[in-house]
Design a protein around this ligand. Structure first.
Ligand SMILES: [Fe+2]
Ligand SMILES: [Fe+2]
Length: 145
């Protein structure tokens, strides 16, 4: 499997969990909201760390630029992380409207973020790091939250 394909699959999985979280909030099933929120936060964080600790590091070393697209992508990860903290607070007070608004925000950030990765960054990564394809995937699989 290519790195690009592996990472796009993870985007789809995170989208699916986020959509299930939204459904749980709409139906007012707060027990399930808690479970889905934890699942989303962990999967999303694991994917971000795979990028920040393995893929971006390798890519920056290869192209010799640390201040380019990977920096912008990491800033966007941090925006999602901040929103997830706000979601945790909304969850603790069972605030449905706030929760739905924050889910909408995360969906929007991730939609634009993932599009940039899938249409640009992952292609550049694939081009520059294809000689280390399997090694990079194996190292990303080791990442724990
Ligand atoms: Fe990313
Ligand atoms: Fe990604």
């Amino acid at each position: 499997m290519q790195i690009r394909e592996y990472m796009i699959n993870e985007h789809r999985e995170c989208d699916e969990i986020l959509s299930q979280l939204e459904d749980a909030v709409i139906s007012g099933d707060w027990g399930n909201v808690g479970a889905k929120f934890n699942e989303f936060r962990d999967e999303c964080e694991r994917h971000f760390l795979e990028e920040e600790q393995v893929m971006f590091v390798e890519f920056e070393a290869k192209i010799g630029i640390a201040d380019g697209p990977t920096k912008v992508m990491t800033m966007e990860h941090n925006m999602v992380r901040e929103t997830l903290k706000e979601m945790q607070t909304a969850l603790e007070s069972s605030n449905k409207d706030r929760m739905l608004g924050l889910i909408e925000s995360v969906m929007l950030i991730l939609q634009q973020h993932n599009m940039k990765e899938e249409q640009m960054l992952y292609n550049m990564v694939q081009m520059h790091l294809s000689d280390k394809n399997d090694e990079i995937i194996n190292r990303m699989k080791e990442i724990k939250v």
